[in-house]
Design a protein around this ligand. Sequence first.
Ligand SMILES: [Zn+2]
Length: 296
Amino acid sequence: MVCCCCEVEGVRVVRRIISEGSVWMNNIVVTGFLLVAWMTIAVAEEPAPATIALVIDDVGYLLAPGLRAIALPGPLAYSVLPHTPYAVSLAEAAHRAGKEVMLHLPMEPREGLSLGPGGLLHTMNHLELSQTLRTDLALIPHIRGVNNHMGSLLTQQSEAMAWVMADIKSHEGLFFIDSRTTAATVALDAAQKAGLSATRRDLFLDNVSQPAAIRVQFARLVALARLQGTALGIAHPRPATLQMLEDLLPRLPALGVRLRPVSETVARRAANPTLLQRYNPYGPLPGAEGIFDTEK
Ligand SMILES: [Zn+2]
C-alpha cells in the first residue's frame, strides 16, 4: 500500500530515472553523432600533400642543356620556342621521356629586348595574331599547353589577349600558364574569360642565375606549396639551374612534397581557386627559411 504522495513521489522518481535515462541516451546519441561528424570533417579536411610543378622555359636553342633538362627526374614540362634549331628534336625527346611539352609563345616585351621569330606583336591585327599563333603551334609536336615568352607589353593589352586566348581555346585541350612577366598582365584573366584551363606561375627559380639564389627560390617554392597546396615554378636550362635541380628534386619526398605534372596542376588550380590563394610569392613566406639548412 502506497500513499498517494509516496506513489506520486515514486512515479516522479521513476519518471526522473526514465527522463535521465532518456537524457543519457540522447547524450550518447548526440555524442556519437558529433564524433562521426568530427571524424567525417577530419577526414575531409585532411590536407592533400603539397605539390609543386615545374616548367623549363626557353627550350630549343641549345641541344645538350636541353637534353640534360629532359633527364631531370620527375614529370617536368618543357616549353619550347618555335623557330629554334632544336625545337622539334627536343620536343620529341621530351615526349619520348614521358614528359610534357608546351609552346613557349613569344609575345612582345617592353622596349629593349629581342623577341625572336614567331612573336606576337601589338601592331598585329586579329588575323595576323591568329596566323602567327597557328604557325607556332604547328612547329612544335606534342604540345599540351602554352605559356608566354616575354610579353611584358602584349600581355597588358586586353583586346589582343582576348583574341589570342580565344584562338588557343579553339585548339582542343590546350591549357595556358601566364608567365607573369609584368605585374600588369591581363593574360590569365583573358584566358579564364575564354574558358581555357589556365593558371599563373608563382616563381621564377633562376632570375638570379647563381646556385645559392636558385636554392633560396626553390625553398620558397616548397614553402608556397605547403601554404597553398600547389606551387608552380619556371626555370631555364642554364648550367647553375640544372645543377641545382639535379641536387634538389630528389630531396622533395623527404620534405613531404610531390612533383606533379604541369597539366594536372593547371587543371587542379583552374578547378579550385582556393589552391591559388594570392600569396605574394616574392613576399614573406612562413616556413621558407631553413628548408635546406642541412646542406651547405
Ligand atoms: Zn622565355
